[in-house]
Ligand binder design. Structure first.
Ligand code: IPM
Ligand code: MG
Length: 368
């Protein structure tokens, strides 16, 4: 199969983890006889430095031409006080919108080898396995009017939380279809005791649920959901929520698994003529400028994102499984970065990438 993949390493540790993800992708292509066509583009702070904008047209063109895009992370402290359109994060919002990837899938699961890295007691987290479906191209992140105006005591900032019925319907369908292949439960999260936006969200989700009689639906207010994630993470199968709530809850979910460095994500939406998803794949973590350039960052979230890409954009289920198995065997071997290793000598970013590649060579799935 031809795999046309765009790499967008971005900023900070994004660069290091993307290199390891690239190694793993090359290893998969070699072991399973796929032809990999890699392109590389600029996004985020590095794009501002080199082109003056966080999401240059050249990157848009590359992304639209690729089958799938693998991104590292964006964000650099020197832009903290920059105007909104000159911030690295705007680049990420731009590419999500350009690719129309409205559903962001963030799987959270506990790994046996990491159970002691979780801040929760073992019995609470052991066996937790959920997927957060975060709406990604609407809500507060994109709504207008927005901006800061006026001055003095009247200086004013506005953001707008807006969803259309169609936007809620399409992401809700995604969540119910996913749940149908899992433990058949959707928990929709909103703030319908206060926000009209959430009242529409809840009403539309209930309507969509009628088309999926085999999938149970319940609702949680977002504040309660934040609490239940800590008290009883095993109660969740698929969490469906809007953009901003999903951003916040997925960071909370990430640490349940032991480290935010572990979490992959897949952003999907439109389908290609082949039926595959046009997708954007990225680890959930940020650019972590404090440890950037030190070969310390955990690349497993980025490598897990490669597995997600193989599965969703290319339908290569065996290959995806093999990558996930390789990740698990590296976790079991203890050759992990400092975020997962409170004592003893941690492995470097590149050592973990090499270990995943070595484990891939041994995986039985390759024989299938
Ligand atoms: C994420 C990140 C981004 C978001 C930032 C970097 C814009 O936090 O993917 O969770 O808020 O969506
Ligand atoms: Mg976030």
């Amino acid at each position: 199969m031809n795999l046309n993949v765009l790499l967008l390493p971005g900023d900070g540790i994004g660069v290091e983890v993307t290199r390891e993800a690239e190694k793993v992708l090359k290893q998969v292509a070699e072991l399973y006889n796929h032809t990999l066509h890699l392109s590389e583009g600029l996004l985020g702070g590095i794009a501002i430095h080199q082109t003056g904008t966080p999401f240059p047209d050249s990157t848009r063109d590359l992304a639209l031409a690729a089958d799938a895009t693998l991104m590292g992370a964006v964000g650099l402290p020197e832009f903290d006080n920059a105007a909104p359109e000159k911030r690295p994060e705007r680049g990420l919002l731009g590419i999500r919108q350009a690719l129309q990837v409205y559903a962001n899938l963030r799987p959270v699961r506990s790994y046996a080898a990491l159970i002691d890295s979780s801040p929760l007691k073992n019995h609470l987290v052991d066996g937790a396995d959920m997927i957060i479906v975060r709406e990604l191209t609407g809500g507060l992140y994109y709504g207008t009017p927005r901006g800061i105006s006026g001055s003095g005591p009247e200086e004013k900032a506005v953001n707008t939380m807006v969803y259309t019925r169609a936007e809620i319907e399409r992401v809700a369908h995604m969540a119910f279809q996913l749940a149908g292949k899992r433990r058949k439960k959707v928990t929709s999260v909103d703030k319908s005791n206060v926000l009209e936006n959430s009242q529409l969200w809840r009403r539309v989700v209930v309507e969509v649920s009628l088309q999926y009689p085999g999938v149970a639906l319940d609702h949680l207010l977002v504040d309660n959901c934040a609490m239940q994630l800590i008290l009883n993470p095993k109660r969740f199968d698929v969490i469906l929520t809007e953009n901003m709530f999903g951003d916040i809850l997925s960071d909370e979910g990430a640490v349940l698994a032991g480290s935010i460095g572990m979490l992959p994500s897949a952003s999907i939406g439109a389908r290609r003529p082949s039926g595959a998803w046009a997708g954007l794949y990225e680890p959930v973590h940020g650019s972590a400028p404090d440890i950037a350039g030190q070969n310390k960052a955990n690349p497993l979230g980025a490598i897990g994102s490669v597995a997600a890409m193989l599965e969703y954009s290319f339908g290569l289920i065996d290959e995806a499984k093999a990558v996930n198995q390789a990740i698990e065997s590296v976790l079991n071997s203890g050759e992990v970065t400092a975020d997962l290793k409170p004592a003893g000598t941690p492995a470097t970013t590149s050592q973990v990438g090499d270990a995943v590649c070595a484990a891939l060579e041994l995986t039985p799935a390759r024989m299938v």
